[in-house]
Design a protein around this ligand. Structure first.
Ligand SMILES: Nc1ncnc2c1ncn2[C@@H]1O[C@H](COP(=O)(O)OP(=O)(O)OP(=O)(O)O)[C@@H](O)[C@H]1O
Ligand SMILES: [Mg+2]
Length: 290
């Protein structure tokens, strides 16, 4: 092949790849066309309550009567099915697409956890297989008409959350960053914000989780991670991203979550529910004003 011909075949290959990615994007856009708002829930650090916050937002909005979907993108520790008490159920088919699981009629859930034979089985798929499975969640699950789709990202700011956020950039309303009151929060919030900036995704706000434990005997607030030096508030000020909710560490809440009773928990009044209410109000207000 001459140099000119090699150049041409390279160009053709590139054009085909381009075509393929446009087609892929079309499929995702088409499948999510009746989804009004998409919010990512992320954290620069693992174990800070990302899935908890994502599930509480989804359950809280559904309890208020909205149509809500939640996607658990954590391939290695899918916890959303357990939080909703639906680990044993397996997805079926609806309109030739994968049917999500409905813990209540206006809340749909999809998780890799539904595709594993048992909870103890580790996922050892390689990168491309994992990203393919996640893409299917967006392209081939029958989400239908939704007011809100909440996406629980894998922890951190590495390849996996990056790949998922990149799939969705143009569709996302904003990203909610979950953190805890520790100095390391400042670093992890900064990491999350740099990640979002690179992808051109709007940081919607910060949730300060595990914000003290209220002693059931004396009602005093105990700072379980050492004294709260205000690092979350400092990060909020420095980067001009609001703190949308401060959620207490509540053993009763944790127990309800362990039992898969988050929807019931979000139906009753509690200090915990009051603490997440401003965030739910803001999401609904922004939807009304959009
Ligand atoms: N505000 C809270 N009150 C009581 N328990 C909480 C609270 N937030 C989180 N937890 C508990 O902390 C643990 C970790 O929370 P969760 O699984 O939501 O974190 P995560 O950030 O999603 O973790 P991972 O990085 O592994 O995905 C869970 O057992 C959960 O029940
Ligand atoms: Mg999680």
């Amino acid at each position: 092949m001459s140099e000119k011909e090699i150049g041409m075949s390279k160009k053709l290959e590139m054009a085909q790849d381009n075509q393929k990615s446009i087609k892929k994007e079309d499929k995702l856009k088409e499948n999510l066309k009746d989804v009004k708002n998409i919010y990512l829930v992320m954290s620069g650090k693992g174990g800070v309550g990302k899935s908890t916050v994502a599930a509480a937002i989804a359950a809280g909005l559904a309890v208020r009567g909205n149509k809500v979907g939640i996607i658990d993108c954590d391939m290695h520790g899918p916890s959303i099915p357990a939080i909703f008490g639906i680990s044993e159920i397996r997805p079926g088919i609806e309109n030739n697409k994968i049917a999500p699981i409905y813990p209540i009629s206006n809340l749909s859930v999809m998780s890799i956890g539904f595709l594993l034979e048992d909870d103890d089985q580790p996922v050892i798929w390689r990168g491309p297989v994992k990203s393919g499975a996640i893409r299917q969640f967006f392209e081939e699950v029958e989400w239908g008409n939704l007011d809100y789709l909440i996406v629980d990202l894998p922890p951190g700011t590495g390849d996996e959350p990056l790949g998922i956020a990149q799939m969705l950039t143009t569709e996302i309303n904003g990203a909610i960053i979950v953190t805890i009151p520790q100095d390391i929060a400042l670093k992890s919030v900064r990491k999350s914000l740099t990640f979002l900036e690179k992808l051109n995704i709007k940081p919607y706000g910060i949730v300060k989780n595990m914000d003290g434990l209220v002693c059931p005997k004396c009602n005093e607030k105990i700072h379980v991670f050492g004294s709260d030096t205000g690092s979350v508030e400092k990060a909020s000020e420095d980067y001009n991203v609001p703190v949308l909710a401060k959620l207490p560490l509540d053993p009763e809440f944790s127990e309800a979550e362990e039992k898969g009773e988050i929807i019931r928990w979000m139906m009753k009044e509690s200090a915990w529910k009051s603490a997440i209410t401003p965030l739910l109000d803001k999401i609904e207000d922004d939807n009304l004003n959009s």
